[in-house]
Every structure is written in C-alpha cells, then in structure tokens.
Design a protein around this ligand. Sequence first.
Ligand code: SF4
Ligand code: SF4
Length: 111
Amino acid sequence: MELLLKSSKRPQLKLSDAAKGEIREMAYVIAEPCIGTKDTACVDACPVDCIHPKKDEAGHADSEQLFIDPVECIDCGACVPVCPVSAIYAGDDLPEKWAEFQQKASDHFGR
Ligand code: SF4
Ligand code: SF4
C-alpha cells in the first residue's frame, strides 16, 4: 500500500507541473487599453486576487497599467466584463498587436 502511494505521488507532481505550464499559457492578459485608465475595477471582480499592483500596494502609482499574475489566474473571466475599456483578454484571444503584454505580465511577477 505504501509503495502504491509513493508511486502515485510522483506522477501527480509531474502532472501538476504540466498543468502549471498550461495555466501560464492560457491565463488572462491585460493589454494596452488599460494604460491611461487603470481604474482597478478588475481587482474587485477577481476571486483569487491576482491582479496587481492594487491601489494600496507599492508600485501602483508608478505602474502605467495593472497586470494579471499568469500563474495565479484561474481563467474564470470575471474581470473581462467589468473593464470599461475592454483591456482584458484570454491568453489565446489576445490580439497579435498586443502580444507583448503577455510577456510584460510574466516579467512583472518574475515568472
Ligand atoms: S480571469 Fe478570473 S482569475 Fe484571472 S484575473 Fe480575471 S478574474 Fe482573476
Ligand atoms: S478594469 Fe480594465 S482599465 Fe481598469 S485596471 Fe482593470 S484592466 Fe485596467
């Protein structure tokens, strides 16, 4: 029994790593329209608190936009309809002209 548990544990870890990579690829992304608006409406809509920097966080004033943590985002889409400038896209729907914003988000969180 113990052996079975051990052998089933390792594959689970590998699957978890694979899933993590998938989430990074698919996570929602905030694109160019946020710049100049940055009203943080999306922050209140997010159930996992993965949009930063928030108003009360260091770096908020200096950051020209908000970013979605690509690892923590659960792809629920709740932030999309509340954005007044339609700045938020599912990763695979992100317009090509704003492709760089995916990397910007990763860089922001050091992912
Ligand atoms: S898709 Fe969901 S989890 Fe991801 S940033 Fe938007 S509200 Fe948060
Ligand atoms: S709701 Fe839209 S414009 Fe406002 S901070 Fe979020 S992404 Fe930027």
